[in-house]
Design a protein around this ligand. Structure first.
Ligand code: EPU
Length: 446
């Protein structure tokens, strides 16, 4: 077993026995990568914000704790989250809250607007590379914030109201775009974000902000223009569904030769993924309520794919898709262009029987920031290879999900440790898989 790091990680595990085809229907949860940002957006107003269709997962719990620490009143009932922050009563996020994921970095704008200062821990998050926050810091500085790093914390202050500016992102970063959307909504004057990310979760955040009174325009060529307003008000919003959960469950269906209907799967958010399925001659049927995925067991052709920012093939789909490629016939190639170090999980797939080689060369055409650097950011998969159950230790959310998918199509039983990563990012993934017939148990050791 690789890196079974701590005793805590060993307390719970999933036991997965492969080989059972998935059948049935499940309803997707709301998007993880929207709910946390919208929860923080509620800090921009002293009025009540209501979020519906929120996914119940660890990252939301953590974000709620961050808001409560800052003074928010929070009620979570079923899948509806009500938040009101009449006053921000504290301007420091302790490291035991904010150091665990990266969400604290987008609390800076709301805190600066309402209190003139913000202290956040140097962020943590998944083990998928260095993940700096220099884009955030440079942009906030341009808007008038002063920043000092000391003792593991960033201290932000502003003597005057933050002001609009033109921020050119070196890369279309998701959270940096979100950070500037929140901050610019209440800034003095106009902010232009150039080379902005335009992921569906960002558009959904813009929809919430517009309901709160923000003025945000999407222009051509990845430009977003925000006219700052004096204040924002309460709003209610229903979240889009989670396209990462959709992809994971769709791939689980194909890997097990099953037949599953995903209620709430949205074609417009999955276009690139669905195109790749068509290239692999995989069957799906789209209707107004969702998408049916049908795995008939026919031989799959190998493909070449490259991750990219939206509307490209999402980096978070890369890991589950690579598991599918282990079952394709021939040589498939994957070029990861968003993160420099997101293939660590393949060594575990190799232990399960996959043939995967990593390369520092760009094996693709997307202009990539990692060209001629020594990052193993391309991989070649030779399939099909039967996979064997084993003991697995999860390093991050999406890698963890790919281990579960591999275990579902493997021969024998796998013990999957480190499941807190999965539970941070997916609402009851094990329960949903079980409802489709998967043999997956959640075992708690005492
Ligand atoms: N980057 C910088 N400097 C910055 C910010 C980003 O160099 O200041 C680099 C990153 O290192 C990375 C690239 O820009 O190479 C893109 O990172 P981005 O900022 O877009 O990522 P993020 O906003 O931190 C979100 C999702 C990730 C998802 C990426 C890309 C959330 C909470 N996380 O991260 O999701 O992979 O966008 O789509 O929204 C996950 O859900 O498992 C996950 C990791």
């Amino acid at each position: 077993m690789n890196n079974l790091a701590t005793t805590k990680e060993q307390t719970s595990r999933y036991q997965v026995t492969g080989g059972t085809p998935l059948h049935g229907a499940v309803t997707l949860s709301g998007a993880k990568n929207a709910v946390t940002k919208m929860t923080i957006a509620s800090l921009l107003t002293n009025e009540l914000c209501i979020l519906r269709n929120v996914p119940l997962l660890g990252d939301l719990d953590l974000t709620i704790k961050i808001c409560q620490n800052l003074g928010s009143q929070v009620v979570l009932q079923d899948h509806t989250l009500s938040l009101q922050t009449r006053d921000i009563t504290r301007t420091c996020i302790p490291s035991d809250l904010g150091g665990l994921n990266r969400i604290a970095v987008i609390t800076v704008g709301p805190m600066l607007h309402r209190c003139g200062e913000a202290v956040i821990p140097v962020p943590g998050g998944d083990r998928i590379g260095p993940r700096p926050i220099d884009f955030h810091i440079n942009g906030l500085r341009q808007m008038g914030a002063n920043v000092v790093e000391k003792d593991g914390y960033y201290h932000f202050t502003c003597s005057d109201k933050l002001h609009g500016t033109t921020i050119k992102l070196p890369f279309p970063s998701v959270m940096a775009t979100e950070n500037f959307l929140l901050t610019a909504s209440l800034a003095e004057g106009v902010t232009i974000i150039e080379n902005a990310a335009l992921e569906p979760e960002i558009i959904d955040l813009i929809k919430l902000l517009q309901k709160m009174g923000a003025i945000i325009e999407l222009k051509v060529d990845r430009r977003i223009v925000i006219e700052g307003v004096d204040q924002l008000h309460g709003a209610s919003h229903t979240l889009l569904s989670d396209r990462n959960e959709a992809v994971s469950l769709a791939i689980a269906t194909y890997l097990t030769r099953g037949d599953v209907y995903l209620r709430g799967a949205q074609q417009d958010h999955l276009l690139t993924f669905l195109n790749m399925l068509s290239k692999m001659r995989l069957r799906f049927e789209i209707d107004d309520e969702g998408i049916r995925f049908v795995g008939d067991g026919a031989a799959l052709p190998a493909v070449a794919l490259e991750t990219d920012v939206h509307p490209g093939f999402m980096t978070d789909w890369q890991q589950p898709f690579t598991v599918l490629l282990t079952q394709a016939d021939g040589i498939s190639v994957v070029h990861e262009t968003v993160y420099e170090d997101r293939f660590g999980y393949t060594s575990t797939l190799k232990q399960m029987g996959a043939h995967i080689g990593l390369y520092t060369k760009c094996l693709g055409e997307v202009p990539c920031r990692f060209r001629e650097k020594q990052y193993a950011h391309s991989c070649v998969v030779r399939g099909p290879t039967p996979l064997k159950g084993t003991q697995l230790s999860i390093p991050d959310i999406r890698a963890g999900c790919s281990y579960i998918l591999a275990a579902l199509c493997a021969e024998g039983t796998s013990d999957v440790y480190g499941i807190e990563h999965i539970e941070r990012g997916y609402e009851k993934l094990d329960g949903k898989l079980r409802s489709l017939g998967a043999r997956i148990e959640r075992l708690v050791l005492v």
